[in-house]
Ligand binder design. Structure first.
Ligand SMILES: C[S@@+](CC[C@H](N)C(=O)[O-])C[C@H]1O[C@@H](n2cnc3c(N)ncnc32)[C@H](O)[C@@H]1O
Length: 334
């Protein structure tokens, strides 16, 4: 396994975070609300201004205090800087973790929560519009970044590990053109092919309509969770970077899985090729493997194997297999 994966940038060296800085940054109700909001997603300053109904100059001050205390990190993507929670690290990691746990014990008030919902709907509309308008170009652009065959082969190898019988059900989230469906159909009694985009799902249907045990569903994961059907494996290949709330997708994948079922996810490692936003409709410029693993742990999914595939074009693909354990980290810690 390759280990040369990008790491999450810590805003300032962990040892430079002082106890006074950490305590004073977290001793403010608004700053705690900002940290609470960032449990759900990462946001730009202007999005945070919308969420909290504040002017940018006032909000920027609070963001700086939180960054200096090591509670937030930021990442510039083209002209926009996105803020997210920093992972606890260094000598004050235990206190940092405790602050996050306490922050998450309370819910966000309804107004900022409604602001977050509006922002995520807007991002989702942009993603849908992209796939609708770029069907023809999509495969070509995607292939430039991550050849389908590379990550699909690794996905199937991970799916076949430790498995001696056909699965009852596999759910593939974001099937796109449905190219993986024949291989999944061989490995399970039934396959749910899910895609948010009506146009992409129509392509998948045209490609895989001869497979009798594939059910095509247009929509998001939450719709199939409502049916209560569980799956032995859930797959999401190259989907997380198109979704407004990737962390929530891991939570929903976990909810769909039977105990000891597997979630297999292929993604780009974090990169700085901002053109992918415009040309490939990417909402996120890849993910640090540690970030995916931290989200998975929170969702009760434990990493069981990872494969990293470097591309000649400089992009790196990560494919992880996570196993569902009975209790999630958040359930254990409360
Ligand atoms: C880059 S394509 C990948 C398609 C396919 N998995 C592959 O590897 O070729 C991403 C697909 O995910 C779909 N998608 C994005 N967000 C989604 C979501 N939240 N739920 C279901 N599908 C989603 C998009 O409509 C698109 O078809």
């Amino acid at each position: 396994m390759k280990t040369a994966a990008p790491v999450i940038n810590f805003p300032i060296p962990a040892e430079k975070v002082s106890l006074a800085g950490l305590l004073s940054a977290s001793g403010d109700a608004l700053r705690l609300q900002i940290i609470r909001a960032l449990a759900q997603d990462s946001f730009s300053v202007s999005e945070l201004c919308t969420i909290f109904g504040m002017r940018q100059s006032a909000l920027s001050h609070h963001l700086k205090v939180l960054i200096d205390a090591g509670l937030l990190s930021r990442k510039k993507e083209m002209t926009t800087t996105f803020y997210r929670r920093a992972l606890p690290k260094g000598p004050l990691a235990a206190l940092h973790q405790e602050i996050l746990l306490r922050v998450d014990e309370e819910t966000l008030p309804s107004e900022p929560q409604a602001g977050i919902a509006r922002i995520q709907q807007r991002r989702e509309r942009n993603s849908l519009a992209f796939f609708k308008g770029n069907l023809e170009r999509f495969r070509q652009q995607q292939e430039l970044i991550a050849p389908w065959q590379d990550y699909s082969e690794a996905t199937l190898q991970l799916l076949d590990r430790n498995r001696d019988r056909r699965l009852t059900r596999i759910v593939e989230i974001g099937v796109g053109e449905g190219w993986l469906l024949p291989a999944l159909h061989e490995r399970a009694a039934s396959v749910v092919a899910l895609d948010l985009s009506e146009a992409m799902l129509a392509q998948a249907q045209a490609f895989a309509r001869h497979l009798p045990h594939v059910e095509f569903v247009q929509g998001s994961t939450s719709q199939i969770i409502e049916n209560g059907d569980k799956a032995g494996a859930v797959i999401a290949n190259m989907v997380l970077h198109h979704t407004p709330d990737p962390r929530q997708m891991l939570v929903e994948a976990s909810q769909l899985l039977e105990a000891n079922g597997h979630f297999i996810v292929s993604e780009l490692c974090a990169h700085d090729q901002a053109w992918a936003r415009e040309h490939c409709g990417d909402l996120w410029l890849g993910f640090a493997p540690e970030q995916l693993q931290a989200w998975a742990e929170e969702a009760g999914l434990h990493a069981s194997a990872s494969v990293f595939i470097a591309q000649r074009n400089g992009f790196q693909i990560q494919i992880h297999q996570f196993e569902k354990t009975t209790t999630s980290a958040s359930e254990e810690s409360i």
